[in-house]
Write a protein that binds this ligand. Structure first.
Ligand code: IMP
Ligand code: MG
Length: 179
């Protein structure tokens, strides 16, 4: 099934002000400390880029990336999770913040969280831009959350359908195109 861009669910302005709020919380929690922000490729890239700039210089931020297997061309989670690209830094003894675009079933974040914990960071937290509670299969505790959204497939602001639409500056609903 093909999808096209539907109505805007979250505007640029809403995204910007929410990300500033989350950044302010992170600044409060980690002021004067080191923080390794681990972006989950590829969807978290846009959120991560905005988030770290909003966090600013009060936190000693480092950035790393992790890629796991994704949905491929389907919009339903396979539940199959594996590492495609691992971190390039050692997070042992570090404060780690996993940055993810969306908490859907929770299987990916559940897996990533476990993987990070096995490496003995001194602390571990999770930031997600979007949360789709209707689809949770595994409960994952999230410390910084942007928006709770309905059970719709969304695209834009990093989120894709089959690799497309990540560049949209807003979060939009993906609607099936009939032709
Ligand atoms: P989970 O393991 O089901 O929580 O899957 C999370 C991943 O699925 C995210 O990192 C996204 O890549 C993808 N995903 C889940 N829902 C959507 C959506 O509505 N649009 C685009 N990608 C989604
Ligand atoms: Mg993703």
């Amino acid at each position: 099934m093909e999808y096209k861009i539907g109505r805007t669910l979250i505007s640029k302005e809403e995204l910007h002000s929410k990300i500033s709020e989350i950044a302010a919380q992170i600044r409060r929690d980690y002021a004067g400390k080191e923080l390794v922000c681990v972006g989950v490729l590829k969807g978290a890239v846009v959120f991560l880029a905005d988030l770290i700039r909003e966090i600013g210089p009060d936190v000693n931020v480092q950035v790393d990336f992790l890629a796991i297997s994704s949905y491929g061309a389907s919009t339903k989670s396979s539940g199959v999770v594996r590492i495609q690209k691992d971190l390039s830094t050692d997070i042992h003894g570090k404060n780690v913040l996993i940055v993810e675009d969306i908490l859907d079933t929770g299987l990916s974040l559940g897996y990533i969280r476990q993987l990070m914990l096995e490496r003995s960071p001194s602390s571990l937290a999770i930031a997600v831009l979007l949360d789709k509670p209707a689809r949770h299969k595994q409960e994952v505790e999230v410390q910084y959350k942007g928006f709770t959204i309905p059970d719709e497939f969304v695209i834009g602001f990093g989120l894709d359908y089959a690799g497309h639409f990540r560049q949209l500056p807003e979060v939009c609903i993906a609607v099936p195109s009939e032709e």
